[in-house]
Design a protein around this ligand. Structure first.
Ligand SMILES: [Zn+2]
Length: 169
């Protein structure tokens, strides 16, 4: 059944959790269910790290969990499986959060007047703060000149548009 998993979005999403998460994804793809011990024997990843990654993925519902009890030891055995139907929701959420972040930044850019020393590595300073430092850059001490942030506003607006288009695709 896991031949139905579209590998590209899966690797993209699991990649956000690191290289080791990709290795784990590959093992989960080979089978319907697997245990942390099984993953440990098939990879070079430490069991503790495997568990940390699995729980992280589980907290985002990207993988599912079934528990059984070992008849001999009485301990729980955790069986993990991919939940490919959760991938889309995860990506959508991530994009929505990105839009929120960009919109906050956009508001900030729109609502502030910026001053800048035009030295590489220095930052643009909002008007209120520029007044306090008497329009002299606190880092390089050059004069602060009004900075037109229209291009920044434009770039952020385009970025938001682009993600919004991806959302309705
Ligand atoms: Zn400066």
């Amino acid at each position: 059944m896991f031949s139905l998993v579209d590998e590209e979005p899966l690797m993209k999403v699991f990649g956000l959790f690191g290289e080791e998460a990709i290795e784990i994804a590959k093992i989960l793809m080979e089978t319907t269910e697997t245990t942390d011990d099984d993953i440990a024997t098939k990879t070079e990843i430490r069991l503790n790290d495997i568990r940390k990654i699995l729980y992280k993925l589980y907290s985002y519902s990207l993988i599912g969990l079934r528990r059984t009890r070992d008849k001999n030891t009485g301990w729980f055995i955790f069986h993990w499986r991919l939940q490919p139907d959760q991938l889309e929701g995860f990506i959508l959420n991530k994009k929505r959060r990105m839009i929120e972040k960009f919109e906050t930044r956009l508001e900030y850019e729109k609502n502030h007047d910026f001053y800048y020393c035009f030295t590489a590595g220095c930052r643009q300073i909002p008007f209120e703060e520029a007044m306090e430092v008497l329009f002299q850059c606190p880092v390089c001490e050059k004069s602060l000149i009004h900075f037109d942030n229209d291009q920044i506003i434009d770039a952020i607006t385009k970025k938001i548009d682009q993600i919004q288009k991806e959302l309705i695709e």
